[in-house]
Design a protein around this ligand. Structure first.
Ligand SMILES: Cc1cc2nc3c(=O)[nH]c(=O)nc-3n(C[C@H](O)[C@H](O)[C@H](O)COP(=O)(O)O)c2cc1C
Length: 326
């Protein structure tokens, strides 16, 4: 008997919990060479900006033990090209598409929301809050609950009511729960945890930082415990808010860990660079793990690790968990 892998991002049903992580599958075309994008729950696009961006100078990627550093700088063609070329291509194929947006001011996020609101084929909008706020000396929005909430509230007001707004948070904060709470109070329907924390490495041959931008986002297995901790803390504090768990997921076991911590959707980023089929493989492995442990529905496993050990293996009495998780 197969496991019911359906899940909900706010009121939107996804066939399964697997998504790409923003920035790791561009706008889907490259990945579509490898498999039918309709087989994953949703595709999350790279963060779309108002104007085209060339990104940061090179080198902008560096390998680290169990992870990688990147400072791409939101390279992309901008919203006009996305709406003309990429979104219609995804919509024609019926791909569930979560559009990630990035901006330097609250008004810029608002302008992006305004452009997306009537565009066909937008399943949800994910607001990348790990962008520098140009009106606050470049302080990253996600590091300050009030400015993160201001962005979310402006996007929420402008987007169509039936399109969920997801706030993507950074772990580089003292208290991720307070930023999450501020975003939910600002109107976020769901949260995505985590964006890549800042790291750096120094090339001992050139005796200089490996990245031209000096520091960059750390991703891959190295960040998974950080992501699991953030998902755990936020799910404990805001159990009714759907969470997309992202960070270092390489296997079905890693995805299962995210689900047990409280994620009802799981994003895969860095793994795609060495295995473009990773989402499908991880989905299959997750389903096998759930089946082997006697779960009939993915929903019954969401947040299960929060239960006292005595209850953790009981699947008969899961109603309160379902209601609080999805
Ligand atoms: C090359 C690269 C580009 C990324 N671009 C974006 C982006 O455009 N927007 C965003 O919100 N996150 C971006 N991220 C962060 C990922 O979406 C994800 O949160 C992070 O990499 C952790 O997941 P992972 O360990 O599975 O890669 C990027 C990550 C990488 C490695």
């Amino acid at each position: 008997m197969s496991v019911d892998m359906r899940t909900y991002l706010a009121h939107v049903e996804l066939a399964n919990p697997m998504t790409t992580a923003a920035g790791c599958a561009s706008s889907g075309r490259e990945l579509a060479q490898f498999f039918d994008l309709n087989r994953i729950g949703a595709l999350v696009t790279r963060s779309i900006t108002m104007a085209p961006r060339a990104g940061r100078p090179t080198p902008r990627m560096a390998e680290t033990p169990s992870g990688m550093l990147n400072a791409i700088g939101l390279q992309g063609p901008g919203i006009d090209a996305f709406l003309e070329r990429d979104l219609p291509w995804l919509a024609q194929r019926g791909v569930r598409t979560i559009v990630s947006i990035g901006g330097g001011t609250v008004a810029e996020y608002g302008a992006l929301a305004r452009r997306l609101t009537d565009a066909p084929g937008v399943t949800a909008v994910e607001v990348n809050l790990a962008c520098p706020n140009m009106e606050d000396r470049g302080r990253v929005f996600a590091r300050d609950g009030a400015s993160a909430a201001e962005v979310i509230s402006s996007v929420r007001t402008l987007m169509r009511y039936d399109v969920p707004v997801v706030a993507k948070l950074s772990p580089d904060v003292a208290d991720v729960v307070s930023v999450a709470r501020a975003c939910v109070e600002g109107g976020a329907d769901a949260l995505s945890l985590i964006n890549s924390p800042l790291g750096m490495s120094i090339d001992t041959e050139t005796l200089r930082p490996s990245l031209a931008a000096v520091s960059g986002g750390l991703s891959g297995p190295a960040v998974r415990p950080l992501a699991v901790r953030c998902v755990w803390q936020v799910h404990a504090a805001l159990p009714g808010v759907p969470i997309i768990g992202v960070g270092g997921v390489l296997t079905g076991r890693d995805a299962f860990e995210m689900v047990l911590a409280g994620a009802c959707v799981v994003g895969v980023g860095t793994a795609l660079f060495h295995d473009p089929h990773a989402c499908l493989r991880i989905l299959r492995e997750l389903e096998e793990l759930l089946q082997a442990r006697g779960f009939q529905r993915l929903a019954d496993a969401v947040g299960l690790a929060h239960r006292p050990p005595g209850n953790a293996r009981s699947r008969a009495d899961t109603t309160d968990m379902e209601e609080s998780s999805l």
